[in-house]
Write a protein that binds this ligand. Structure first.
Ligand SMILES: *Cc1c(COP(=O)(O)O)cnc(C)c1O
Length: 450
């Protein structure tokens, strides 16, 4: 079979059997079929041998690149020992070592680690823990949650409840619980006055004060709301929320599923505002993009409220079958060790600078409304009319069209509506950063004109 024949056979099977996520299958693929077969550093290689720069870290997970030798070796070494054993009734070596490492890296106080499998489940765990916590400290009326507009916390129903993206979440409203909404202080779409930070915090304060008696927790994506379209918060917002939560006795859940592990320039985004939340949810980059694994970190204060005799029934009755999977934990541990061994965060600065320089010309583009960046998380918002901040109609799929052009230039991207998202691996080289931004500039010109 020639590579072309094999490619066509596989594609026929995909069309017949695979239902792709977040995808209108009637329009699928909407482009020349792409089947990825291999990875090499920051590049993906398809079944026909074509190479693409991975501009979105395979949907925000790859950290040190694909086929990273120390990660491959850690995984292979663990395969030779044990693939899986349960955390119910037994411990396992990688799960113990990884928990200790996470506690060491996390902000102070977050010493208890509960494993699950995805960002969604990491958030579900935090929500259920916060809810049960207040029952067990004798304040069961504190049972509601607050979250930001346009937030995204995953696709399981608890995570959908706290999520605020209308297109994804609205249709499920009969299935989910009711949540209190805070405005998101995203400058480009802010509808209030000039002092975004002050106004947003004042509204948060009003809401928390009014509902403190019934609020269990506030859940936020710190600094950057990824799925909203890379919405960025002004400096001081997160630390302001931390202070308000403390004042009104509301637990703070920080969802670092997207921002964790260096994406914003620091190991965790909360570090930039010296915030230690009550819960820290991590997933995506935890294993460097190798295997599905998530963790919810919390404090001894929360943990201790679940202690009691068997008849107290204070146990946290929650767990996923593959919790603490040794293969995933082994590769995650190695992933975290590499940050120290290779000085990953220190080396990021010139890469981030090169990205920033490459993006700068876009701010003057007539169809680019906003260019925003925190570390390696970038959003480029396409607009029909810049002065009026008028969106392109969704059905024109401008973001998708620009990504299609970028692919012709050997760069893989995935938009969020009219926002082009760049989230390259931390291992991006300076040359690759130039290639990435050049492809974005040229592709926008090709699709939107000048
Ligand atoms: C991706 C994401 C999730 C969901 O993670 P999954 O692993 O897809 O379930 C939750 N929160 C944030 C902030 C995310 O970016």
């Amino acid at each position: 079979m020639t590579p072309q024949e094999r490619h066509e056979r596989l594609w026929a099977l995909d069309l017949k059997h695979v239902w792709h996520p977040f995808t209108q299958m009637q329009l699928w693929p909407g482009d020349e079929p792409l089947i990825i077969e291999r990875g090499e550093g920051n590049w993906l290689i398809d079944t026909l041998g074509r190479r693409y720069l991975d501009g979105i870290s395979s949907l925000w997970v790859t950290v040190h690149g694909h086929r990273k030798a120390p990660l491959d070796e850690a995984l292979k070494a663990q395969v030779d020992k044990l693939a899986h054993s349960t955390l119910l009734g037994a411990a396992n070596v990688p799960a113990i070592e990884l928990a200790a490492k996470l506690a060491e890296l996390a902000p102070p106080g977050l010493s208890k680690v509960f494993y699950s499998d995805s960002g969604s489940t990491a958030v579900e765990v935090a929500l259920k823990m916060a809810y049960q916590y207040w029952r067990q400290v004798g304040r069961p009326q504190k049972r509601r949650f607050a979250a930001l507009e346009e937030s995204y916390h995953g696709d399981t129903l608890g995570a959908v409840s706290v999520g605020g993206i209308e297109l994804f979440h609205q249709r499920f409203q009969d299935l989910v619980f009711d949540v209190l909404r805070l405005p998101s202080p995203h400058r480009y779409r802010w509808k209030g006055g000039a002092d975004v930070l002050k106004e947003a915090l004042a509204q948060a304060e009003a809401l928390l004060a009014a509902h403190a008696h019934e609020l269990a927790a506030l859940v936020v994506e710190p600094l950057v709301q990824g799925a909203a379209g890379m919405w960025m918060h002004p400096e001081g917002f997160l630390s302001g929320l931390r202070a308000l939560c403390r004042k009104h006795e509301v637990l703070l859940i920080c969802d670092e599923v997207a921002t964790g592990f260096g994406r914003t320039g620091t190991m965790f985004a909360v570090e930039q505002e010296d915030v230690a939340p009550d819960f820290l949810c991590v997933a995506k980059g935890l294993t460097g993009g190798y295997l599905p694994l998530a963790a919810t970190l919390t404090t001894p204060q929360v943990f201790d409220a679940f202690l009691g005799s068997a008849k107290d029934a204070k146990t946290f009755f929650h767990g996923h079958t593959y919790t603490g999977n040794p293969l995933a934990c082994a590769v995650a541990l190695r992933n975290l060790e590499l940050f120290e061994e290779e000085q990953t965060l220190a080396k990021l600065k010139p890469v981030v600078e090169t990205l920033a320089v490459g993006l700068r010309p876009l701010t003057g583009h007539p169809h680019v409304g906003d260019v925003r960046r925190r570390g390696l998380m970038v959003g480029v918002e396409l607009v029909q009319d810049k002065a009026k901040r008028l969106d392109y109609p969704a059905e024109e799929r401008m973001g998708m069209q620009v990504c299609r052009k970028a692919r012709e230039r050997g760069v893989l991207l995935r938009p969020l509506g009219n926002v082009l998202v760049l989230m390259p691996p931390l291992s991006l080289t300076l040359d690759e950063a130039e290639l990435l931004t050049r492809a974005v500039r040229e592709s926008i010109d090709a699709v939107c004109g000048r």
